[in-house]
Design a protein around this ligand. Structure first.
Ligand SMILES: [Zn+2]
Length: 219
């Protein structure tokens, strides 16, 4: 492991981060009233966003959302462990979003080229990457489904990413507050897929089982 340092030993990654914060400080000062309101009033985000850690898929950028609009959970491969699984991070965020923030829409957003999904098809070493190996097991059902459906090689990656999102919607329904909210029409759950090359979101339609452009939907 090496760190990127310049000739005087300055860590370039941290230097870059500090410069970014410097630019943010200027933006903050320009919009101080907005940020003051954010800081002093209770947050009222519009969506619970469950997405991947991937640094190239930035929710606030692809949704053009301001601070305060997205309540985000990001983990490798945008997993929603079922309610009975040994994970509290996602469940806690779901409960907080629904019960304390009054959020009524949950988006699970995957993306093309997801390394977390590809991990099970490649060499995850259980010895070296113990946490990762356990975590990516949450993508196993999608891999199994796609293998059983004998999807051709060239389509397997996209099919697995899509199936994984659909499974996470099922997993959302294992949380009592989500299931109750969906049953009585208070809460909407949405499976989205961000296509990194096209820069657009595809949405899953549970009624037809089809995926279509988010902007093409008649809503
Ligand atoms: Zn990913």
């Amino acid at each position: 492991m090496t760190t990127s340092k310049d000739t005087s030993g300055v860590d370039l990654d941290i230097k870059d981060a500090i410069e970014g914060h410097e630019r943010f400080r200027r933006a903050f000062e320009r919009e101080e009233a907005f940020y003051k309101t954010l800081a002093t009033e209770k947050q009222t985000p519009r969506l619970l966003w469950i997405g991947c850690c991937d640094s190239r898929v930035v929710p606030s950028q692809i949704m053009q959302a301001d601070p305060g609009e997205l309540f985000e959970v990001r983990n490798i491969a945008n997993c929603v462990p079922p309610a009975w699984a040994d994970d509290e991070a996602v469940g806690a965020a779901i409960e907080y979003a629904l019960a304390h923030l009054g959020i009524d829409d949950i988006v699970v957003c995957g993306h093309t080229g997801c390394g977390g999904i590809a991990a099970l098809a490649g060499p995850v070493s259980p010895g070296r990457d113990a946490h990762l190996a356990r975590w990516v097991e949450y993508t196993r059902p999608a891999h199994r489904l796609v293998a059983a459906a004998r999807v051709p090689d060239g389509e397997r990656s996209l099919a697995t990413i899509r199936a994984h999102i659909q499974f996470q919607l099922d997993n959302l329904m294992t949380y009592e507050s989500v299931a109750r909210g969906v049953a009585d029409g208070r809460i909407g759950i949405h499976g989205w897929l961000y296509d990194m090359e096209a820069g657009e979101i595809q949405a899953y339609d549970p009624k037809s089982g089809a995926w279509q452009g988010l902007l093409d939907r008649a809503e």
